[in-house]
Design a protein around this ligand. Structure first.
Ligand SMILES: N[C@@H](CCC(=O)N[C@@H](CS)C(=O)NCC(=O)O)C(=O)O
Length: 243
C-alpha cells in the first residue's frame, strides 16, 4: 500500500495520476500546506524540505516500509516498482528521464514563480513579465517536442507525460493562444481522455473541498513568507518548543 502525504497541487497531482494509472492500492493523507502541516515534526521525517508530496510504501524494498520525497523521484520509484510508464529500452528510458527532469527543473519552478507573482505580487511587473514569458517559452518547447513525438518522453505514454500534465492543464487560464499550440492541445486532449487522469482530477476536487472544510475557522499561513517559514521550521524541529 502506498500512502500519499500530500495536497492536490500540481506536484501532488502527478503522483495521484501515477497511482491511479498503475492501479496499486493507495490512500491520500491530507497535508494542508495552508495550515502549515508540512512543518509538523512527523511530516518533516518524511520530507525534511517541508514540501508536499511525500510517500510511504508500506511494502518497500526488502519488504520494509520506505519513505520518499520529491515528486520526480517518486514517479521513477513507482515506475520501477511496477514496471510501468518508464520503458526498458535504453533510448526511450533516457529520453523519458530527460523530459521528466525538464518538467521538474523548468516547468515546475517557472510555472510556480509565475503563479506566485501573478497572484501575490501583481504590482511587480518585472517579475511577472520574466516568469510569464518563461512559461510561454516552455509551452513552445513542449509544442516543438510534441511535433516530433506523440508523447513527451518518447513514442509511449510515460511518467514524463504524467509529470507535465498537472502543471500545463491551466493553459486556458494562462491566456495561451490555442491556435499557436496545436500539437500541445492534441496531447492535452489525449491526456484528458485517460480514465486515470479523469479520476485524479475528480479526486483532487474532492480533496480540496475536504481540506477547505477542515480548515474552516482556522488561521491560514502565508506559505510565501520565507522569514516566517524559517521560524516555523525552527519551532517544528526544536525539541524543547513543540509547535
Ligand atoms: N521539487 C519538489 C517541489 C515540491 C513543492 O514545491 N511543493 C509545494 C506545493 S506544489 C509545497 O509543498 N509548498 C509548501 C511550502 O512551500 O511550504 C517536488 O517536485 O516534489
Amino acid at each position: 500500500m502506498i500512502e500519499l502525504h500530500s495536497s492536490p497541487t500540481p506536484n501532488g497531482q502527478k503522483v495521484m495520476i501515477m497511482l491511479e494509472e498503475i492501479g496499486i492500492e493507495w490512500k491520500h493523507i491530507d497535508v494542508n500546506i495552508q495550515l502549515g502541516e508540512q512543518f509538523q515534526p512527523e511530516y518533516l521525517k518524511l520530507n525534511p524540505n517541508n514540501k508536499i508530496p511525500a510517500i510511504i510504501d508500506t511494502d518497500g524494498p526488502d519488504g520494509k516500509s520506505y519513505a520518499m520525497m520529491e515528486s520526480g523521484a517518486i514517479l521513477v520509484y513507482l515506475a520501477e516498482k511496477t514496471g510501468k510508464f518508464l520503458p526498458a529500452d535504453v533510448r526511450k528510458r533516457f529520453d523519458t528521464l530527460q523530459w521528466l527532469f525538464f518538467q521538474v527543473s523548468h516547468i515546475g519552478p517557472m510555472f510556480g514563480q509565475a503563479n506566485h507573482f501573478n497572484r501575490q505580487a501583481r504590482d511587480n511587473q518585472y517579475a511577472r513579465d520574466r516568469y510569464n514569458n518563461e512559461v510561454l517559452r516552455l509551452y513552445h518547447v513542449l509544442e516543438n517536442r510534441l511535433g516530433e513525438v506523440p508523447w513527451i518522453g518518447c513514442d509511449e505514454y510515460t511518467i514524463a507525460d504524467i509529470a507535465t500534465y498537472p502543471w500545463c492543464k491551466s493553459h486556458a487560464e494562462r491566456g495561451i493562444d490555442e491556435t499557436a499550440f496545436p500539437n500541445f492541445l492534441r496531447w492535452s486532449e489525449r491526456m484528458e481522455a485517460r480514465p486515470a487522469v479523469q479520476r485524479s482530477n475528480r479526486m483532487a476536487a474532492e480533496i480540496r473541498t475536504r481540506m477547505a472544510k477542515t480548515a474552516e475557522g482556522r488561521a491560514l499561513i502565508d506559505i510565501y513568507d520565507t522569514k516566517d517559514n524559517t521560524e516555523r521550521l525552527t519551532r517544528a524541529t526544536s525539541r524543547d518548543k513543540p509547535c
